[in-house]
Structure formats: structure tokens, C-alpha cells
Design a protein around this ligand. Structure first.
Ligand SMILES: *Cc1c(COP(=O)(O)O)cnc(C)c1O
Length: 374
């Protein structure tokens, strides 16, 4: 055997390319010690983390040499209470982030050559993780004018190979949402052997009359899986915890490939405590709602074109090319997110911050407008 002509590279899977590695929201470093920086690039909670979570983490900081619980059962029991027993603990799957659950669902249902449907602009991991499983990503873009869902397009795109459809409401990065009527229409039309992933991680911020989570539909549609996260509303992005709920049999199927000891001790204690922190959640929602109105008024005054949002961020059309806009704000100490890779070319996503951060943002945009006029 000529061992020299063999190469380890022949084992590389053709669809596992590293060239489209995920780029997260960039941090901006202060130019000098007096410059304050504001991170409005990753939709994090502007008022911090749940104090109850912080306390629980502090109390569990001892014994880091011991393994955490082998399973997520205590978190699932806490979720059962949080959902007022409308769901049982056996309907939840938890993991080290919402993104991990998205990956878990893809690995559980998708094999090489299968198809998944996404609607860009959308959260990048749907496409990225699907490709890692060797799936073909079929894109049925949202309508350009209002970022509504192209339901006919989705139904027409279904083939024998379709395994998963990703729906996001409120959607990242557009802030648009899927109405009750739309979701019901789709669930009724879609074949039961296609998984509908309903990503609702921003649901706390939605206040449209006809907004819905997946909760009312779970018992009727066993192919429906709802994705949630502790990263946004609970202010626990760095702990990496997420959860999902679904039909009990589907959960039992997914549970077979849940890794033991996956969620760290600190993450378990923090997320469990945060579920009880109704004060913090209310304060977070109130802050986002009032700051959303503040930003809307200011954007209108400055003639910045923005899209209506049901989430804790705005998608805007920057007044100058997006890369220059992002760069200008970075120099001002404000990080915002270009979202070309989400499929929103030339647009910028700005997380809703504290009043201080939002005022700094508006002041900087005003300055930019003055500069560009001269
Ligand atoms: C932030 C986000 C998630 C999950 O985030 P994790 O930090 O991985 O839990 C999932 N979906 C969307 C649309 C998001 O914006």
C-alpha cells in the first residue's frame, strides 16, 4: 500500500467548510479612559442580569470541583411551574444555549442531502448548523417591504426531502413577527412529518395584539418545537442556557441525544433562580417598551428609516453606507451590528439600550448628519 498518496484530507466532509465561521456582535474598545462605550450589537439585556440569578450563582460558587447535576431535571421542574403546569416537565429539553438546541434538533432530524427551509433575513445558526449536517438550505426570503412571511412560497418549496422549517417570531434581525392567523394557517397546511421550529426567544418583548407564542399549539401539533433562551430577557447571555418545549414523545426522542453534565452548575442555578424573578423581567420589559418609543421618536426626528419592531432591537437603513455608519459609531464608542450575513444587505441592527446609551446613540447620529451635510 502506498501510504504517501493517502491524505487525512480525503476524510474531510465537503460541507464542513470553515470559511463561513460565525462572527458575533463586535465589542468596541474605549479610545481613551474617559470614553464610555455602549454595546448595542448583540441584543443583550440593557439593565443587566436577574439579581436573583446572581445571588444563586454566588451561593453556588463553592464546590466547583464537583460535577453538576447529570441532567437538566431541576430546570425542567422549574419550567413546569413557570408555565403553570400547562406543560409537563417531560415536554422540555434544555441545553447550553438556545443555539445548542437548534443544533440538537437539526442533528436529530436531518441527514446529508435533506432540505431545511429558512426565510432570510434570519438568525445565522439555522443555515450554518444545517449545512454542518450536510443539508441543503432552501431560502424563501421574507417579503422585502415589511419582512412578512411568504407562506405560499414556503408551502410551494416543500419536497419529499424537507425536514425542518425555521420560523422566528419576533424575528432577528428584522423585528417583524408571525401573526396567530399566519401560524395557524401554516401549521394546518404543513405535513405532520416536517418539523416546525418556532424560535420565540424575544417573545417577552412582543405586544402586538395578534402575536402568539407556540404554546397554544403544542398539544395539537406534535411536529412543533418552540425555542427559548435565557440570553435575552433574563440577561444571562454569558451563562449559555436555553430551553425548548414540544410534544412529550418528541422530547423523549431528543432527550436520547442530550449530553450528560452539559449545563454547568452555575448556569443551572442562575437560570432556575431567574425564572422566579418576576420583578426583574417586568423591569426589563418596561425598559425596552419605553426606550423603544423614545428611539422611534428620535429616529423620526432624524429621518432615520427603521422597521417596526416587536423585539428589543431596531433594524434601520443607515443614512450612509452601513460599514461607514458602523465604523463612525464605533469611534463614538457605540457598537451596532451590520447584518449583511443575516441577509439584510446594507442594513444595521441596533439593540435598544438604557436611556443613557440611547441618548449617546442619537447624539452621535445627529453629529454624523451635521458632518455629512457640510
Ligand atoms: C439570541 C437568539 C437565540 C439564542 O441565543 P443563545 O444565546 O444561543 O441562547 C436564538 N434565536 C434567535 C433568533 C436569537 O436572536
Amino acid at each position: 500500500m502506498n501510504t504517501k498518496t493517502k491524505s487525512i484530507k480525503s476524510l474531510f466532509k465537503p460541507y464542513l467548510t470553515v470559511k463561513n465561521a460565525y462572527k458575533g456582535g463586535k465589542s468596541v474598545l474605549p479610545k481613551n479612559k474617559d470614553q464610555k462605550v455602549f454595546k448595542l450589537s448583540s441584543n443583550e439585556n440593557p439593565i443587566g442580569s436577574s439579581p436573583l440569578a446572581i445571588e444563586a450563582i454566588k451561593n453556588s460558587i463553592e464546590n466547583l470541583h464537583l460535577y453538576p447535576d447529570a441532567t437538566d431535571i431541576r430546570l425542567r421542574e422549574a419550567l413546569e411551574i413557570y408555565y403553570n403546569y400547562q406543560l409537563t416537565k417531560d415536554q422540555f429539553i434544555c441545553a447550553a444555549s438556545g443555539s445548542e438546541i437548534i443544533d440538537l434538533v437539526i442533528r436529530a432530524f436531518v441527514k446529508e442531502g435533506d432540505e431545511v427551509i429558512v426565510s432570510t433575513p434570519c438568525f445565522v445558526p439555522y443555515k450554518m448548523f444545517s449545512r454542518w449536517s450536510g443539508a441543503t438550505v432552501v431560502d424563501i426570503p421574507l417579503f422585502e417591504d415589511n419582512y412578512g412571511l411568504n407562506m405560499e412560497g414556503i408551502l410551494n418549496a416543500i419536497t419529499k426531502k424537507t425536514r425542518i422549517i425555521f420560523l422566528t417570531s419576533p424575528n432577528n434581525p428584522t423585528g417583524s413577527y408571525i401573526s396567530k392567523v399566519e401560524l395557524e394557517f401554516l401549521l394546518n397546511k404543513l405535513p405532520q412529518d416536517i418539523v416546525v421550529v418556532f424560535d420565540e426567544v424575544y417573545w417577552h418583548f412582543a405586544n402586538a395584539q395578534d402575536y402568539t407564542t407556540a404554546l397554544p399549539y403544542i398539544s395539537k401539533y406534535p411536529n412543533l418545537i418552540a425555542i427559548n433562551s435565557f440570553s435575552k430577557t433574563y440577561g444571562l447571555a454569558s451563562l449559555r442556557v436555553g430551553y425548548s418545549y414540544m410534544n412529550e414523545e418528541v422530547a423523549a426522542y431528543l432527550r436520547q441525544i442530550c449530553k450528560p453534565f452539559l449545563i454547568t452548575k452555575l448556569s443551572l442555578e442562575g437560570s432556575i433562580a431567574s425564572l422566579k424573578d418576576t420583578d426583574f423581567i417586568e423591569k426589563t420589559i418596561d425598559t425596552i417598551r419605553s426606550e423603544k418609543i423614545y428611539l422611534q421618536e428620535q429616529f423620526n426626528k432624524l429621518e432615520i428609516r427603521f422597521y417596526p419592531t416587536q423585539a428589543n432591537f431596531y433594524l434601520i437603513n443607515p443614512p450612509i453606507p452601513s460599514s461607514e455608519f458602523v465604523q463612525f459609531l464605533a469611534e463614538e464608542g457605540i457598537a451596532v451590528r451590520p447584518v449583511d450575513n443575516f441577509g439584510a444587505t446594507g442594513k444595521v441592527r441596533i439593540s435598544i439600550g438604557t436611556r443613557e446609551a440611547n441618548e449617546a446613540l442619537i447624539k452621535s447620529i445627529r453629529k454624523l448628519k451635521v458632518i455629512s451635510l457640510n
